[in-house]
Design a protein around this ligand. Structure first.
Ligand code: HEC
Length: 241
């Protein structure tokens, strides 16, 4: 009997985190249209990332010249991304603001974003970057439906405009409504965030592109070997049959 009780306790402990995760996932997440073959989208994402995010966040596992993998020349990296004079194309992506000042300003240190697409998912990022809404009760004036109580201000509000959360009593989490338009239409803003999400996924695993190419090379090699071996087999057996 004792052993059964123990087993039940263990089963409960194992199931607890699953229950906790399931109950936390109340917000619906749209599927991020990630396409790592689309280098134009990845390049637009890289531009948004360096101009809009590196002020506070770093990406220490990412070197600028790695952007060669998405088709950017050294000249493009320097000019299009407006690299400051003292930053070399071989440098890693450092935040402009130092961690201590950021902590003072926001109360939390903005985390490094190198592998954020692996700790959060692409869908989460796509939802998060479109989920900001004004909230006067927050120190920054902003809140987020995907990350409630977030300390990050909406750094792309000029593009998206200002959303408000319209809550209907007893009807779930409420609906985001665009109150003040930004410089982009909602469709164009979603496309820009898709590019940025695409880039964050690429950055989480830049070697993925190389692996894709390697996969095709390996398949090509195997097909060639098959033809050769097949021809050889025919040659060897032709006198016996
Ligand atoms: C003005 C400073 C600032 C800028 C610019 C900024 N962020 Fe943030 N970001 C923060 C802070 C602070 C946090 C921590 C929020 C918290 O934990 O409450 C954060 C958190 C995040 C998180 C959540 C990380 C996690 O898993 O907890 C993501 C993702 C993120 N930022 C992405 C971005 C992207 C993408 C950009 C560029 C479009 C950007 N941020 C620009 C300050 C900034």
């Amino acid at each position: 009997m004792k052993i059964i009780k123990k087993l039940c306790a263990v089963a409960l402990l194992v199931a607890m985190p699953a229950v906790a995760i399931a109950s936390g996932a109340a917000v619906h997440l749209d599927t991020a249209p990630v396409n790592l073959q689309d280098t134009a989208s990845l390049q637009r994402g890289a531009k948004l990332f360096t101009s809009r995010c590196l002020a506070c966040h770093s990406a220490v596992s990412m070197r600028y010249n790695r952007l060669g993998d998405i088709g950017m020349s050294e000249e493009q990296i320097k000019v299009d991304l407006q690299l400051p004079e003292d930053v070399k194309v071989g440098s890693t992506m450092m935040a402009t603001m130092d961690a201590n000042s950021a902590k003072l300003a926001f109360g939390v240190t903005p985390p490094d974003l190198s592998v954020i697409s692996r700790s959060r998912s692409a869908d989460w990022l796509y939802g998060y970057l479109r989920g900001f809404h004004i909230d006067s009760t927050r120190p920054s004036g902003w809140n987020n439906t995907v990350f409630p109580g977030v300390a990050m201000p909406h750094v792309m509000a000029d593009l998206q405009g200002e959303q408000e959360l319209e809550s209907h009593e007893g009807h779930g989490a409420g609906k985001l409504v665009l109150k003040t338009p930004g410089s982009l239409t909602p469709v164009a803003y979603d496309a820009a965030v898709a590019d940025l999400t695409n880039y964050l996924v690429f950055m989480g695993e830049p070697a993925k592109m190389v692996r894709y190419q390697l996969g095709w090379i390996v398949l090509g090699f195997l097909s060639l070997m098959f033809l050769l071996v097949y021809a050889l087999k025919k040659e060897i057996w032709k006198d016996i049959h």
